[in-house]
Design a protein. Structure first.
Length: 106
């Protein structure tokens, strides 16, 4: 993985037609930072991770669901997920976000 330095996050990942892209920009023993891009209408089905997560919307907007709570997630907003918290999303427009995943110490 080639390090990115001094880069505008929204320029570090592109949108592809009918696609979802994930691009890990930093990886460490205690977690990682990943950029995601979604073409309009692309979605992630309900899922969870055993780790705490921080998400920030960088561009566009998405419908997001955490448990039974559904809301619109827009540029500049962030949210946090507890370990094993069920969530799903669908891009309402072309959408980019950054994820910081934090692993517990072993």
């Amino acid at each position: 993985m080639k390090p990115m330095r001094h880069t505008l996050l929204t320029d570090a990942i592109e949108i592809t037609d009918n696609g979802i892209i994930s691009k890990k920009i930093l990886s460490a023993d205690n977690g990682n930072i990943t950029l995601f891009s979604f073409d309009k209408k692309q979605s992630l089905n309900d899922h969870s991770t055993p780790h705490a997560v921080f998400l920030m919307a960088l561009e566009g907007k998405a419908s997001f669901e955490i448990g039974k709570n559904k809301f619109t997630f827009v540029q500049g907003e962030f949210l946090t997920l507890e370990p094993n918290e069920s969530h799903a999303m669908e891009a309402l427009t072309d959408f980019k976000m950054i994820m910081v995943l934090l692993k517990k110490k072993k």
